[in-house]
Design a protein. Structure first.
Length: 613
């Protein structure tokens, strides 16, 4: 019986090891998926960067080579730093000025295609090509004149382009179709002077445009005009510098601004990733320090070091988990060895018992023979003296058999007692180690099912609970509702007060929700600032009343950070399970309701069924 119990414990430990192995594989899969999605989010910034990101995705799909992975991360960090440096430089001021100028031109239909082509060329260029593009712009203007044999000859090109001096048409009717070199020079001169006149505005450098215009008026050679055009191109970049930031804002729509502001940064995504990991006790301080660095070291030049350190931390976590796994396997091996010893002990005991049984039978046989011989001697004896001698001799033989049997039994007993004592000592040690391992497994399972930051169940726990509740709902047909929560403007809290304030907000909201729900309800952190709630036995209308009550509690919780009051609100989407529904369908309806609540102004709860109203 005891052997069967130990065997059962051994099999239970093997089952737990397999479950732990599954959890480790899920964690590794989550890490791979996170890195892959981060790489997809960064796709399209630079061709070389896209190539390295593709290598990164290939590396994490296959068996990860640490040295290769670090090399790819270093390359990505270097390219990101260069891209950041390039983006931080204002290298399109001159090109942007020419782009605005060409956009304002009023052209005939025949020139619109060439104008579009030129604008497209502007959009793909920077100030390093400003001289060529300025020349292309002037050639474009000259081409309009030289190729226009009818309508264009009616008035000056600058008057047509900028829609002014319409009376000039009457003076241009008799211009010849063939243009001489002098006429081309005059046209070039007129175009440049009109261009300078258009550029001469209150924001232009004081006196410099006027000086160029005076030089153009006095120029007699084409090379003089070319030199003035070159000086104009150099001057344009200073003319636009003070207003470049405002112009960029004008060209970005409000929707684009809102989208960019709502997207988490790479640092925030990495912080969220660390929050979802199960951190071993020895690496908690290192993980907290890394979160602090990610929060404060946001400069591009630090990205290489940050990404490398995050990868090293994840590798350390993975190594520590692998070490725990190895320790667990070693313990199970010890259990196996000790069970083998126990089995050997029992086999030896069985052998000893069999030997004792055989010796007992032999002893009985010898005793029987000796007794028979005594009887025979008594029956055949004729003299008392000889009878006494024979009986004494047989009794001595019997005493010898008894002593031999007793000595062997004593030796067998002492050996068995030693083995039993040794086995009991091993069993007590095994019991103690098993109890410690049981506590460790329970704690690891708890950590795997609970969010490390807020202390409430995590997404894995939610998926398990959802499966149980759905099975119960299908069996008993009791109402079941699902609610998805999302903290309003959470990114703004992080940006304004820092991630420590954001962590405190998450903890506060989680505790307010979990302490206010019913015993039958279930709350979990789904990810980031999202929470999900299962409400069994509750219809949609009742669920809406309950979640609105929770929403009001959070709105009036009076949250403060470093003595400053911080307004916290939360939005919620609600949906119920109907016949034939799957968890994904109900979740999607609740998520759409949450989106509607956000779209309607936040700090409200919306039922999925009301979306069509």
């Amino acid at each position: 019986m005891e052997l069967e119990q130990w065997k059962q414990k051994y099999y239970d430990q093997l089952d737990r090891l397999e479950e732990k192995q599954t959890d480790w594989e899920k964690l590794e899969g989550t890490l791979k998926k996170t890195i892959s999605r981060l790489s997809l989010a960064a796709q399209g910034q630079h061709s070389t960067l896209d190539r390295h990101l593709n290598e990164l995705r290939i590396a994490i799909k296959n068996n990860i080579n640490r040295q290769r992975l670090e090399s790819v991360v270093d390359d990505i960090s270097r390219i990101l730093a260069k891209l950041e440096d390039k983006q931080s430089q204002s290298n399109r001021e001159s090109i942007y000025s020419l782009e605005l100028l060409v956009q304002k031109l009023t052209l005939p239909k025949s020139a619109l295609k060439q104008q579009t082509k030129l604008l497209k060329q502007f959009s793909k260029s920077d100030d390093t090509q400003r001289d060529d593009l300025l020349k292309s712009t002037l050639d474009f203007l000259l081409t309009l004149i030289t190729q226009d044999t009818n309508e264009t000859q009616k008035f000056g090109i600058m008057d047509r382009l900028f829609s002014r001096n319409k009376n000039f048409e009457a003076t241009a009717k008799n211009k010849p179709n063939i243009i001489s070199d002098d006429q081309q020079l005059n046209i070039y001169k007129t175009c440049l002077i009109d261009l300078l006149s258009k550029c001469d505005n209150p924001n232009s450098p004081n006196g410099k445009i006027s000086a160029l215009k005076l030089g153009a008026q006095n120029a007699q050679q084409k090379n003089e005009l070319d030199k003035l055009s070159s000086q104009l191109s150099n001057l344009i970049q200073f003319n636009i510098q003070t207003s470049s930031n405002k112009t960029e804002v004008k060209h970005e729509t409000q929707a684009q601004q809102n989208f960019v502001e709502s997207q988490p940064t790479i640092q925030e995504l990495l912080i969220r990733l660390l929050e979802q990991l199960i951190i071993p006790d020895g690496l908690v301080d290192a993980a907290n320090k890394m979160k602090h660095r990610l929060e404060h070291d946001a400069e591009p030049e630090n990205w290489k070091s940050l990404l490398k350190d995050v990868v090293q931390l994840i590798n350390s976590i993975r190594s520590r988990l692998q070490q725990e796994k190895q320790e667990f396997e070693n313990f199970l091996q010890q259990v196996t060895d000790r069970l083998k010893n126990l089995d050997q002990f029992l086999q030896n005991e069985s052998s000893n018992l069999l030997q004792a049984e055989n010796q007992g039978k032999e002893f009985d046989k010898q005793m029987g023979l000796n007794v028979d011989e005594i009887r025979l001697d008594i029956n055949q004896a004729t003299e008392l003296t000889s009878l006494k001698a024979n009986v004494n001799s047989k009794l001595d033989t019997i005493a010898g058999h008894i002593k031999t049997y007793r000595d062997s039994e004593n030796i067998r007993f002492e050996n068995s007692q030693k083995q039993v004592d040794a086995m009991q000592s091993k069993m007590q040690s095994l019991e103690s180690e098993t109890e410690n391992l049981k506590k460790l497994v329970i704690e690891k399972n708890r950590l795997a099912m609970f969010d490390t930051l807020t202390g409430i169940p995590n997404r894995l726990s939610y998926e398990k609970k959802a499966g149980e509740e759905i099975a119960r709902w299908k069996r008993f047909s009791n109402p079941l509702s699902l609610a998805i929560w999302d903290i309003d403007l959470f990114k703004k809290v992080n940006d304004t007060y820092g991630h420590k304030a954001g962590d405190k907000v998450l903890k506060t909201v989680a505790q307010l929700l979990v302490t206010s729900i019913r015993e039958t309800d279930f709350l979990a952190r789904y990810g980031g600032e999202e929470f999900v709630m299962l409400l069994p036995g509750t219809k949609q209308e009742e669920t809406l009343r309950l979640v609105n009550k929770l929403r009001e509690q959070i709105e009036h919780c009076g949250f403060h950070y470093h003595g400053e009051s911080v307004k916290i609100t939360i939005s919620c989407g609600v949906s119920s399970f109907n016949n034939g529904d799957t968890l994904n369908q109900v979740f999607e309806r609740a998520d759409n309701a949450l989106y509607k609540a956000k779209e309607n102004g936040r700090n409200q709860c919306v039922i999925a069924a009301c979306l069509s109203d």
